[in-house]
Design a protein around this ligand. Structure first.
Ligand SMILES: C[S@@+](CC[C@H](N)C(=O)[O-])C[C@H]1O[C@@H](n2cnc3c(N)ncnc32)[C@H](O)[C@@H]1O
Length: 321
């Protein structure tokens, strides 16, 4: 079905009638979100000289082309997660890795923790929907552990390390895990408007369930629906600094104080786009998540503009409580 038909059908089921120009602006924005940011596929060289992959369907690279793959892993994930500080005092370190991809984040984290504390026991749980067919090697320093992980997929136990990859849709697989108590979560799916099922309030609630109270959640994304979902889940938020041409990402923790800049906090309070993606059964089609979100944004824009929004026959979204 074309996007327009899907949006019209959504509005009809929700009992919402919108003026045509509002429908047009919804459709325009949805088509921009869905448009690939890059064309092509396969291995690409980043501006820092290392390599990553382009995903043809999402139209996005697995790592930032301007920041470089290794630098992004270290500066956007490893350092903000405080795993290296924890490695100095903990005997057992647990990492939850959402979006295993090429396995770069995991390999770089494990090698870096090992360098600091060779005796630490490292436990990694990774989630991945589809493994790529070709994987460019990491620079020499990280190559041995990277190759070991790939050779032993989906899981292995070694002196000092256990690794387990859950293949399939992370929304289904994450529910199989009773407890994990992660000290850090690397949340590294494709961008929220391209891969919304990985950034919903309800999926993030599952991730939170597997975190240690002192755990730190990190991602490269600073998008409003993501931050709103984290805030509604009770996380405190701060930003990571920008790497390459990429904007700063988000750090979320359960203990501590909010530390977003005033401007970012203001956006989170006032922007009509600061609404979480909703996926209560954890099985909505990604496009349906986006349509539901964008219609709720439009209703909020109308309310903020002083226009009476049409009352849906049933809640257009659903309660996040
Ligand atoms: C940006 S890449 C991850 C890069 C990876 N962290 C690395 O360091 O190489 C995003 C990954 O999320 C995966 N992904 C997207 N949707 C998913 C889903 N519903 N369940 C599990 N994995 C998913 C993609 O297949 C892709 O490999």
């Amino acid at each position: 079905m074309k996007i327009e038909e899907l949006v019209r059908s959504y509005l009809m089921h929700a009992g919402i009638s919108l003026p045509e120009e509002r429908l047009k602006s919804i459709l325009l924005e949805l088509s921009l979100w869905l448009k690939p940011s890059l064309k092509g596929e396969g291995i690409v060289k980043t501006e820092q000289g290392d390599y990553t992959l382009l995903h043809p369907r999402y139209g996005e690279p697995y790592h930032s082309l301007s920041a470089g793959a290794v630098r992004e892993c270290i500066e956007k994930f490893l350092i903000p997660s405080r795993l290296l500080e924890k490695a100095q005092r903990l005997k057992r370190i647990r990492l939850l890795d959402i979006g295993f991809g090429l396995g770069y984040n995991v390999a770089i984290a494990v090698k870096s923790i090992r360098d600091i504390n060779p005796l630490a026991q490292i436990e990694v749980l990774s989630f991945e929907k589809e493994l790529p067919e070709e994987v460019p090697p990491l620079p020499e320093k990280f190559r041995a552990i990277h190759e070991k992980i790939w050779k032993n997929l989906p899981c292995f136990e070694d002196k000092g390390m256990t690794f387990r990859l859950y293949l399939g849709d992370a929304r289904e697989r994450i529910r199989e895990i009773g407890d994990f108590s992660a000290h850090a979560v690397f949340h590294d799916a494709f961008s929220p408007y391209k891969n919304p099922e990985m950034w919903s309030y309800h999926f993030l609630a599952q991730v939170k369930r597997l975190m240690n109270p002192e755990g730190v959640w990190v991602s490269y994304s600073s998008s409003l629906p993501l931050r709103k979902a984290l805030r509604e889940l009770g996380f405190k938020l701060s930003s990571t600094s920008g790497v390459g041409r990429k904007r700063g990402g988000t750090i979320a923790y359960l203990i501590g104080e909010d530390a977003l800049e005033e401007r970012e906090e203001w956006k989170l309070h006032t922007s009509p786009y600061a609404l979480p993606f909703l996926d209560p059964e954890l099985k909505r089609e990604p496009l349906d998540i986006l349509i539901d979100y964008r219609v709720r944004v439009e209703l909020l824009k109308m309310a903020q503009g002083g226009l009476e929004p049409p009352t849906p026959r049933f809640s257009a979204g659903c309660s996040t409580n």
